[in-house]
Write a protein that binds this ligand. Sequence first.
Ligand code: PLP
Length: 403
Amino acid sequence: MNCTDECRKIYVDNAATTKMSKTAINAMLPYMDGVYGNPSSLHSVGQKANEALVSARERIAKCLGCTAREITFTSGGSEADNQAIISAAKLGEKKGKKHIVSTAFEHHAVLHTLEKLKKEGFEITLLDVHENGLVNAEQVKAAIRPDTCLVTVMYANNEIGTVQPIKEIGAVCREKGVVFHTDAVQAAGHLHIDVQDQNIDMLSLSAHKFHGPKGIGVLYAKKGIVLANLIDGGAQERGKRAGTENIPAIMGMAAALEEACENIDQNAKKLTALRDKLIAGLSEIPHSILNGDAKQRLPGNVNFCFEGIEGESLLLLLDDKGVYASSGSACTSGSLDPSHVLLAIGRVHDIAHGSLRLTLSEENTDEEIEYTIRAVKDVVEYLRGISPIWRDLTEGKKEFIIK
Ligand SMILES: *Cc1c(COP(=O)(O)O)cnc(C)c1O
């Protein structure tokens, strides 16, 4: 590659969002231009749009192993999480069940919804995710009570990428007769999903995390689970989510999901190799630590803490070198609070502040990974060189936390 540092653009923030695939863009275009009808209209322009809607729902259902009737289109992962949790809570409340089990490192779309329910008298148990960022089915089993109405555990964590034993957790929930929801926003298109085989009752996904458009997602709810409306109005989505359907985005999402699922094993293999190369390279930096289990993690996720480093400065200097990364979730950057995920796996504040998340896509190359490793090494060394904290650490006035 004959590229100077100035022209580099290495996008390694795919957990925040992904570039749309050509397949997804091409699938959308006809529905912005020719087939622009409202699927609720009875005339043929509307009916053409409705045919597209019906087929997209079927194609997405097929990717998840459910039926088309079990798919509800939402504005994205956040809305799907909110609707899933509120629905299960309302159903539970009717039976006098007001206890919910979740984990300490869920996405804020889950955690903030649970906090809201807490104010309405629900009791919430947040499971410990251990230093490796994993929960197990035994913990879930022990936490379930006679008044538990919902277990919600994310499939893969958006910051540290750890992959939870969803099928086993689902089996425990089935055995206990408790609804099981999983936020699969990071997993969809990257890890295999089969809601029947994996005992999943409700699942959220979002198109922009697998090369589809932003602002569109899916809530899968198993037949028999009655959804509560977050948005009232027209009779779209079987009366459970009002508003004219975003047909172009839905078509883009269907195409992106099919494409991702067709290539899932091949992409995972490629990403795992790049990921492990990146982990090996960054592990050479002294006083650094990988966050989350090294193997039970998303194929494209790398997350490190570097002692004596401030995450924001690291990101800005990497940006200068053409490496686009993140220090945690996009939602928490800009605030000075350390990541709740890193705190949940036991990182202390000072260490959690020095975090770096690099999330890969199929488009990243070996050469880009090599450049990224060099760039991170250089920037960490530079920042440590001008840091008074680092001086205290090396002079023995302060003790290293990361050995
Ligand atoms: C991105 C993300 C969400 C939110 O999805 P949006 O479509 O951006 O609302 C929820 N959960 C997880 C795990 C995510 O990574």
